[in-house]
Design a protein around this ligand. Structure first.
Ligand code: AMP
Length: 280
């Protein structure tokens, strides 16, 4: 497995694969890898000749009072996990390599970046879109793999790829959960044992709403209320948002994925802001 820190070196290697006619699967991450990330690598491994993984805590997607400095960085463990899951290359650039002096380009995918998580994180998806387009230029992927855990991110990137005719497919991979339902996240490491015990309430509410939908409930206000209840009953948690959205309306793309309604939530608990969603 090759490890690249320099963007140019990584791009040369990616180009060589493509010029040899190989398909490339690319998994962009911020590191602190857990089983959720590794399932993206597995999916890429199954579907592509070559697999590259980027590990980059992207400053441009963090707001001024967010957790950029505190974000966990575990490169050695990440490297070993990527090797075990059969990745061919890791790209782990320094921030200055991705944003050298004079850098001034930004991608905006609006208005869909301003709803849901965009309310409390107005710069977030612009930063994600900009870094992902740059990473795509370096990784030259045939397919790029993203988790449905970050559903809005996946939809924003699909929109960007369609709008700018970026020649790759964005593949969505289902959310990987802890046995009690909590969506795996690098940010779960911020939770105290007491907070960790309450955190599955987010998924419990979303699941209860999905079950109500399955039983015939179609009133989105009622579905949102069902999902909100377990979060609002917990004194350790503060709801950021919980909203049902039509995915077609959000990204204005036809999607082949099952389920068209996205019920998405974000909640603060201790030092963490956790997100989760269900589709139905
Ligand atoms: P991050 O390192 O948090 O930026 O995540 C990198 C990629 O892993 C994104 O596409 C995420 O959606 C995906 N991911 C993170 N957590 C999970 C999870 N629990 N299940 C599936 N994918 C995930």
């Amino acid at each position: 497995m090759d490890i690249f820190h320099d963007p140019h070196d990584f791009q040369v290697s990616s180009n060589q694969w493509r010029e040899a006619g190989e398909t490339v699967g690319f998994v962009p991450t911020m590191g602190a890898l857990h089983e959720g990330h590794l399932r993206l690598i597995d999916a890429a491994r199954r579907q592509c000749d070559r697999v590259s993984v980027s590990i980059f805590v992207n400053p441009a997607q963090f707001g001024p009072n967010e957790d950029l400095a505190a974000y966990p960085r575990t490169f050695e463990a990440d490297r070993a996990a990527c090797a075990r899951r059969g990745a061919d290359a890791i790209f782990a650039p320094a921030p200055e390599a991705m944003y050298p002096p004079g850098f001034q380009t930004a991608i905006r995918v609006e208005p869909m970046s301003l709803s849901l998580c965009g309310h409390s994180r107005p710069v977030h998806f612009g930063g994600v879109a900009t870094v992902c387009l740059k990473l795509f230029m370096l990784a030259r992927p045939t397919r790029a793999y993203f988790g449905w855990k970050d559903a809005q991110q996946l939809l924003v990137l699909r929109r960007m790829v369609a709008d700018l005719c970026v020649p790759l497919e964005i593949v969505g991979v289902e959310t990987v959960r802890e046995p009690d339902g909590l969506a795996m996240s690098s940010r779960n490491a911020y939770l105290t044992p007491g907070e960790r015990a309450e955190a599955p309430r987010i998924h419990a509410g979303l699941r209860a709403a999905a079950e109500a939908f399955g039983a015939g409930e179609r009133d989105t206000t009622k579905l949102e209320a069902i999902a909100r209840e377990p979060i609002e009953q917990c004194p350790l948690m503060r709801l950021d948002y919980l909203e049902a959205r039509s995915m077609d309306a959000l990204e204005r793309l036809q999607t082949a994925e099952p389920g068209n309604t996205l019920l998405a939530a974000a909640a603060f608990i201790g030092k963490a802001r956790l997100i989760d969603n269900v589709r139905f």
